[in-house]
Design a protein around this ligand. Structure first.
Ligand code: AMP
Length: 190
């Protein structure tokens, strides 16, 4: 089963993705983690995306699509993929459909974590203090939220029209959100 964990920055996608990996053996594909790893390793790609990431904007579709393409080819015969932070544009979503199709696969469900903006800013402020992430300054975070609203949120009607969207209240505790996701997965598997 291939799932997309969808939602604004700081909605809890990464936390819930890791839980699904532990519980179901899915492979988590987080383009944000891949880009941060490239930066930490000091690769050409890492240098190319650093300023864009720190400013809170989206890196080009071409870059993230290539990262996902490589990962899909690397991981064969896995129980499923959890896409976390990808796709973020309609072009990325269409590319993902094409890539999965070429591996005889598809997206089975999109779990949308619904969290209001005020709560997101509160979470981001806590996380920035804890992790010291350079892209988590308040200003950059507002830009990331802006990018989500202007470029990523249009994926909600895109996936709703395909009957793939499952909405989960992301304001609850981590455990309660996990339980709601599991309930959505059971419905999907039924
Ligand atoms: P994340 O950890 O998913 O919030 O990603 C951190 C940053 O990496 C984002 O603010 C973007 O600059 C970049 N990024 C991650 N995933 C994508 C994507 N699918 N499309 C464009 N940019 C991305």
């Amino acid at each position: 089963m291939n799932l997309i964990l969808f939602g604004p920055p700081a909605a809890g996608k990464g936390t819930q993705a890791k839980r699904l990996v532990d519980k179901h053996g899915f492979v988590q594909l987080s383009t944000g983690d891949m880009l941060r790893a490239a930066r930490a390793a000091g690769t050409e790609l890492g240098r190319e995306v650093a300023a864009i990431m720190d400013s809170g904007q989206l890196v080009s579709d071409q870059i993230v699509i290539r990262l996902i393409e490589d990962q899909l080819s690397t991981h064969r015969d896995v129980p499923g993929f959890i896409f976390d932070g990808f796709p973020r544009t309609i072009a990325q979503a269409e590319a993902l459909d094409r890539l999965l199709k070429s591996h005889n696969q598809k997206i089975d469900g999109v779990i949308r974590l619904v969290v209001d903006d005020e709560e997101l800013v509160a979470r981001m402020t806590r996380r920035a203090a804890e992790e010291g992430r350079a892209d988590d300054t308040v200003d950059a975070f507002r830009k990331r939220l802006g990018a989500y609203n202007s470029q990523t949120a249009e994926l909600i009607p895109f996936y709703r029209a395909r009957d793939l969207l499952h909405e989960v209240d992301g304001m609850k505790s981590i455990e309660k959100v996990s339980a709601s996701i599991d309930a959505a997965l059971s419905r999907l598997a039924a």
